[in-house]
Design a protein. Sequence first.
Length: 460
Amino acid sequence: MIINTWNLRHGGGKRIKDIVRVLSENSRTDIFVLTEYRNNSNKEYLSIELEKLGYKYQYNPNSEPKLNSVLIVSKIELKTEIFEILNEHKQRVIKVFNDDFSIYGCYFPLQNLKKDVFEFLLTQVKENRDEKIIIVGDYNTGKHYIDEKGKTFYCSEYFNKLEESGMTDAWRYINNDKKEFSWYSNEGNGFRLDHFFVKSNIKDSIKSCRYIHKYREEKISDHSMMELEIEEPKNEQTTFSATTMSKSDLEKMKVGDIITLGNQEKTEYESKWIKANDNPFNMEIFDCREYAINMVSTTLNSEVANKFLELRKNDGKEYIGHFPENGVKCEVDLNYDNGGKQLPEGIVFKAKQMEEKWDIYKYANFLYFVRSWTGELVYFSNYVPSQKGFKVDLIVLDDSKIEEEDPFFEFRVVEFLIHSHIIGLSVPHPIPKSLENNPESILGYSFSMFGNRGYFASYE
């Protein structure tokens, strides 16, 4: 797992497009902790662009536009907690967590004001002894003579207190006595202000911890970016969580109802058409995010559920040498920039839950696109490595699926699956021209076809 922290400097300002470019260049990151984030006019643009990069889970204290705070975005869903006990500093710390780890994203105040934040975090470490804790962000301080040349830092003694509580400076753990600075004053004095502290129960999982200085040197921000990579916990088991609903609630439920569990606050999206000049895709799109993120797939047919679970054990080798039923070969010209990385052999994308509708495999120079619930091989394509990534110039699909009214629709589906499931981009999925243009039809088609990857839809 890769976690990345970066100070945006006053919410990004006019540099916001460059900031998005930098985040895109580092989109192999699983979780970004962005400090000096502001809920200002850049908020909506940044949110949509991050979703396009695959960061559909976004967490931020809903602070005033001029206040510096923290934004955490993730490719995986996490629980979140805001701490009212911090009073005027409550926007400076946000916790995201799951069963494997707890991350405290922080933007510390200046001078001695940061003492209260340190004391709070030390209490959190003490009260949550069994959690695998990571405290990350812009600390605005460090150790005298080590993280700076002199002795100007405020609250420097809290670094020793963190270590005494069982936390480890991840960068120092990897780099020993090496000296690097993440911020420079106007006088040219260097300071290491940005840090990862990890609990001792995960320090042996650290693979690397480094600063990326070039974006500071390019003046996109005044801070260097910082990246931590840790070994992910291995979990071979399929697990389920359950809750109870009253009989009256069950009787009131209709097919298509959204089930919301717990009382966690969440962002709500309105399912509506958005004009081309009001979104970054430059086409008219229908916003399906509320449905995609919150809809839960259920089935009363135990055979379907058992089939899905059984298919989770497959590696896709059974499709080698096979084509979709009534297969017809179609020539296309699809090129993908994947940063020059080539896809591994075997599983490229595997549905982990029933809200994910596709499994994708690669063997030799071929891709197999399979429905996760049924195991049906729907699309077959070739895979041609290129300098920037790969290209597809041959697709095989069921001849009966090609409609005269929209003969290129199935190719656009394959293109969407490559963008969304293989490369990890959030792009609009195609809607068949034959589908009735009303919210219920579009949302139903979107979820049944693309599940929780169908954030936006378009007829174009």
